[in-house]
Design a binder for this molecule. Structure first.
Ligand SMILES: [Zn+2]
Length: 126
């Protein structure tokens, strides 16, 4: 793995690891094909950024082709249905910002928020 996201680290949570991994392994041969077909081009396609935005995966490449953007589009669509925390089927939640979570992770997050609020109330004697 030289060209894709594996050596770049992730700007996304564990739940989407499989999506990014799967995408990267599918991109690898396409990138190799591009390099074979364009031996004189110095800028080879590679992942420039992987991150979460508005509840969905964003995967940026330095160069794309139709095949590459098709694969990225599919992975991004899948991310909207996958809990970014644990990888189980999830949906978009709005908690002030949008994230994609399953029921369990959403509940855990809400419980955590509620505990923080209670702590604040105690601390400030509200
Ligand atoms: Zn989850």
């Amino acid at each position: 793995m030289q060209s894709t996201a594996m050596c770049w680290g992730f700007g996304v949570d564990d739940g989407w690891f499989d999506i990014v991994w799967d995408l990267s392994s599918k991109l690898e041969p396409l990138i190799q094909k591009f390099i074979d077909e364009n031996p004189n081009v110095e800028m080879h396609p590679r992942a420039s950024q992987v991150k979460e935005k508005f509840g969905g995966l964003r995967f940026y490449m330095t160069h794309t082709s139709d095949e590459i953007s098709d694969l990225i589009g599919k992975a991004e669509a899948l991310s909207y249905k996958t809990c970014e925390n644990c990888g189980n089927p999830g949906e978009e939640r709005s908690n002030g910002w949008i994230s994609t979570r399953c029921d369990d992770c959403q509940k855990a997050w809400e419980d955590g928020q509620w505990k923080e609020i209670q702590k604040m109330i105690k601390k400030h004697d509200l």
